[in-house]
Design a protein. Structure first.
Ligand SMILES: Cc1cc2nc3c(=O)[nH]c(=O)nc-3n(C[C@H](O)[C@H](O)[C@H](O)COP(=O)(O)OP(=O)(O)OC[C@H]3O[C@@H](n4cnc5c(N)ncnc54)[C@H](O)[C@@H]3O)c2cc1C
Length: 490
């Protein structure tokens, strides 16, 4: 079978099958490498329909791709890759409180257009100069300001999609297709179980977000959030947007060490900041910034529309409450200085990735857990104990206001002993997080790395519901297989 030749006959966009292109698409921002059979760059919905139809009739896996910045191997496949960043990257419509886009648009480009209208789409991943809206929805991405505004899932109003058989689908709270109707019929009898089995934390990208689908009303469009392209290929999305806040203030506080910093988090949250981030010295050093001597930093931002006094007042009160626990390192209330400070925080993961030395890598399996903020100290103590006992170098930073701590131990991936050790550590850390009502992934998703842990997170009954959802949407099992539902469950 010559897949590329077939694709050239059925789709208008480019088809790539040379070995260089297949190598380029064989990697993302994870440690995996899988070479696809061919890559197609659809130009419109009809191309996507024909490509999906072909994939299901020939039983060839089909995987959508945005910028390939996923951290867990989500956009990798040995089948066909559909690259949305080449042509399907347009803004379709902007109104006062929503924007409709094609999935391949880069977040920073959308930000620039929205800013001209004094609007913004709050989820702001550190990768926003590259990542696409399709990838952000499919991973349920979030960022620094998720504490104040919510993750991508909170902003999805409508989704247009192509199913595995090539048929068009549509999902919004008021209007949805027959498949979505069947989704409702499948889920409503389990509503109590669904509402009780999901973690009690503010962000979650593990499994399918059935809790959000059945939140207040029926929100079928939210089934695509965090679904990693396993249920359908999105061709457009309507997203809720907000006014940019008029007044902003930010301060950087220096604490003696990680534990004294995270123990201050619940007290800071009482003042309702829109961002509360942590950079431990392990990261500040790799960032090579001037604050690298400080034990652990917390960066706190307040914002509002009514008056600058109110915003400044919150900041002052917060500072006063923490006066004897830390020192104020920096303060800013103009946009330029605030952006500059956030840039250092946004560079954290890039700097960390540079710590790779041969096979010794900062490995990301346990990098995205979330616990309730009042459980952070206990959680951090457990991590530090594990690193100390196993003599591992590590980095820790993240969205502590949401209880979302990013941490990576440096692991020699060529050593069977160390790879086995990280698995043991993951089992230990995930068990502790789940026991505390948290999630094993707040924003980066499951991908290849964490799909095997989804059952540990939700138990058998909810994961068998996930398999039923998968069967309903993708009976041919061709849509990004082995992500979200382990291959041996198909
Ligand atoms: C340096 C760095 C920093 C990062 N910082 C953050 C952060 O702060 N917060 C955060 O949440 N994440 C972060 N990430 C992770 C990553 O950038 C996000 O998950 C991002 O949203 C992925 O977007 P992408 O366009 O690269 O998607 P890809 O990696 O290309 O794809 C991700 C998933 O989306 C699916 N997909 C893409 N398009 C479609 C479509 N049209 N239909 C259906 N499915 C689709 C793919 O199949 C895949 O499963 C970071 C990554 C890096 C490398």
């Amino acid at each position: 079978m010559n897949i590329a030749r077939d694709l050239l006959c059925i789709a208008k966009g480019e088809v790539l099958e040379d070995s260089w292109s297949r190598q380029v698409y064989s990697v993302d921002a994870s440690h995996y490498e899988i070479e696809p059979a061919a890559v197609a760059c659809p130009v419109d919905e009809h191309d996507v329909q024909r490509l999906c139809e072909y994939s299901s009739s020939k039983k060839i896996p089909i995987t959508a791709r945005g910028a390939g910045t996923g951290l867990l191997g989500q956009s990798l496949s040995y089948g066909m890759i559909l690259d949305f960043s080449k042509h399907m990257d347009k803004i379709i419509d902007i109104d006062n409180d929503y924007v409709t886009v094609q999935p391949g648009i880069v977040k920073a480009i959308l930000d620039k257009e929205l800013k001209k209208r004094n609007k913004f789409l709050p989820p702001d991943p550190a990768s926003s100069n590259y990542c696409t809206i399709g990838g952000m929805i499919a991973d349920n991405s979030s960022g620094i300001h998720t504490l104040g505004y919510g993750s991508t899932i909170s902003f999805i109003e409508e989704i247009k999609v192509v199913y595995s058989d090539g048929k068009l689908g549509f999902a919004s709270p008021s209007k949805y297709d027959n498949k979505m109707k069947k989704l409702g019929e499948l889920l409503w009898p389990h509503v109590h179980e669904i509402r009780n089995c999901y973690p009690g934390v503010s962000k979650n990208s593990c499994g399918y977000r059935l809790d959000a689908v059945l939140a207040d009303n029926f929100n079928p469009q939210k089934v695509f959030a965090a679904s990693e392209g396993t249920l359908g290929v999105m061709t457009s999305a309507k997203l809720h947007i907000l006014d940019i806040p008029t007044y902003r203030s930010l301060m950087v506080l220096g604490f003696e060490d990680l534990l004294s910093a995270v123990s201050a988090v619940p007290a800071i949250l009482k003042f309702s900041p829109i961002a509360l981030e942590m950079l431990d010295r392990t990261v500040a050093r790799s960032n090579d910034d001037k604050t690298s001597d400080t034990g652990c930093l917390l960066i706190i931002e307040f914002a509002g529309n009514s008056s600058s006094n109110k915003v400044e007042g919150c900041m002052r009160a917060c500072k006063q409450e923490l006066a004897d626990r830390c020192s104020v390192i920096e303060y800013a209330s103009d946009e330029q200085s605030i952006t500059k400070i956030w840039r250092a925080r946004k560079n954290a993961l890039n700097s960390i990735m540079k710590l790779t030395l041969g096979n010794r890598k900062p490995l990301g399996l346990i990098e995205d857990t979330v616990v309730r903020p009042d459980n952070l100290v206990e959680h951090a103590c457990n991590l530090l104990k594990i690193y100390q006992e196993n003599r591992l170098d590590y980095v820790i930073y993240g969205h502590v206001g949401d209880g979302n701590m990013h941490t990576r131990p440096l692991i020699d991936t060529a050593s069977t002993k160390e790879v086995e050790l990280i698995r043991e550590i993951a089992n230990n850390v995930f068990a502790q997080v789940i026991k505390r009502g948290g999630t094993i992934t707040g924003e980066h998703g499951d991908g290849i790395a964490r799909t095997g842990y989804i059952q540990m997170m939700y138990g058998k009954r909810i994961t068998s519901l996930f398999s039923m959802v998968k069967k309903l949407f993708d009976p041919s099992f061709t849509m990004n297989p082995c992500k979200k539902i382990p291959c041996n469950d198909l």
